[in-house]
Design a protein around this ligand. Structure first.
Ligand code: ASP
Length: 418
């Protein structure tokens, strides 16, 4: 067994953690009359909320160095730099295409199923200020201060800096006494840190699910059930239908093999709700099991984790329709087209960490003049939805990696089919 394999029995343990969290929290919730208020609040605050927040913090802690080192070490060790341009352009094009398609089907199904709004009162929500326009999103790709980008968790800026740094490192490796090797070493260390954190994932998930159920009981989707069901349906449709089509049509690959091999990655993403924290597992599966050569995977996977979020874009498209319907606004054709474009920008702008997509939803709502308060409504049901859409996000990265590798003749089909 390699030292960089995901923790053993992760799937089983995470599921046990999840159900145990739901079970214990629902016992507390439904029998709260039998336990004292202070015990109830103590369990909620010091067991579930604290544990869940620590797990989330640990994942957030690792995201910036992970994206930086995986991209720098990937690009600096590329054997064929000339190919980088063609790999990068194909990757970005496919990412944009699949995301645009994702929002379109979200709108299509939202319309077919006649998504209807929330009838109750919408509590106020403080949307984060600024950075909510196309102009700001583009500008964030080019930060004026390297350290500023890192401190502010500006992921788009960090991706840009990493690519620039990786290219320079690659081109000067003989002058720097193989400095790139040190970045590869550090990358291994950070990947290991994620895997160590993930060995605590069953406890983390136990706490996260518990804190969710302590708030709402088992009626976690409450009045938003129609929105939730449509969203889950579209996410699964995109996952299984669109990616099968992409794999078959662009690369003549067998989607069933792809999905079987992606199980672990999807589960890791589901557990962490973070595409970035999933990078080590995605990289390993894409390279060692799906047969994508490192030259492609080391660029496509970390970039995809940060900018390619089809599941997030689907949520944003449907959430916008849901919110428009809640406040009684009829969207016009032009506004639907705007939603497609805005959701592409907002999903690219979302950091690959839990709930990020719900925050950049503000970009779409404010551009369409819809109330930002309604984000509070969506956030309340976001926990499980975030888990599912993150699994879709990482599957999209892997599917595109296979297609790009195939077109560059850097896909080992025997390994893929094995
Ligand atoms: N959690 C998602 C991811 O990391 C982003 C989001 O939609 O909130 O891919």
């Amino acid at each position: 067994m390699s030292q960089l394999d995901p923790p053993k029995n992760l799937t089983r343990n995470v599921l046990v953690g999840m159900f145990a969290g739901v079970f214990i929290a629902s016992l507390c919730f439904y029998f709260q009359d039998f336990i004292s208020q202070s015990v109830f609040l103590g369990i909620e605050k010091y067991l579930f909320n604290l544990g869940g927040q620590i797990f989330k913090n640990l994942l957030l802690l690792i995201v910036v160095p992970l994206v930086f080192f995986s991209l720098v070490s990937g690009i600096s060790s590329l054997s064929n730099m000339v190919k980088l341009g063609s790999i990068a352009s194909k990757t970005v094009l496919l990412y944009l295409l699949t995301t645009a398609f994702a929002v379109m089907i979200a709108i299509f199904f939202g319309w077919i199923f006649n998504i209807s709004g929330y009838e109750g009162e919408v509590a106020s929500f403080n949307a984060p200020a600024g950075e909510a326009s196309l102009y700001d999103t583009v500008l964030r790709v080019f930060p004026s201060n390297i350290f500023g980008a890192f401190v502010e968790n500006n992921m788009l800026g960090i991706v840009f800096i990493s690519i620039l740094f990786g290219i320079a490192l690659n081109l000067t490796d003989n002058l720097t006494d193989n400095l790139s090797k040190n970045f590869e070493r550090l990358n291994i260390v950070f990947m290991k840190i994620v895997l160590i954190i993930m060995s605590f994932a069953p406890i983390g998930v136990f706490c996260l699910m518990g804190s969710y159920v302590m708030d709402n009981g088992l009626n976690i989707f409450g009045d938003l059930i129609q929105y939730v069901l449509i969203l889950i349906f579209v996410l699964l449709f995109h996952l299984f239908f669109t990616y099968s089509l992409v794999l078959k049509f662009f690369a003549n690959l067998n989607p069933i093999i792809f999905f079987k091999k992606m199980r672990n990655v999807a589960l890791f993403a589901f557990t962490t709700s973070s595409s970035a924290a999933t990078i080590p597992v995605t990289l390993k599966t894409v390279t060692d099991e799906l047969g994508v050569k490192k030259d492609v995977s080391s660029f496509v996977v970390p970039v995809g984790a940060t900018i390619n979020m089809d599941g997030t874009a689907i949520m944003q498209g449907l959430a916008t329709m849901f919110i428009a319907s809640t406040v009684g606004v009829d969207l016009s054709m032009i506004e639907y087209i705007q939603i497609v474009l805005l959701a592409m920008v907002a999903s690219i702008g979302a950091a690959a960490v839990p709930s990020a997509g719900t925050i950049t939803l503000a970009l779409i709502l404010s551009s369409l003049g819809l109330p930002l308060d309604a984000i509070g409504l969506i956030l309340a049901v976001d926990r499980i939805l975030d888990m599912i859409r993150t699994s879709v996000n990482v599957s999209g990265d892997a599917a595109v990696a296979c297609v790009v590798a195939n077109s560059e003749e850097l896909l080992d089909k025997n390994l893929f089919n094995k």
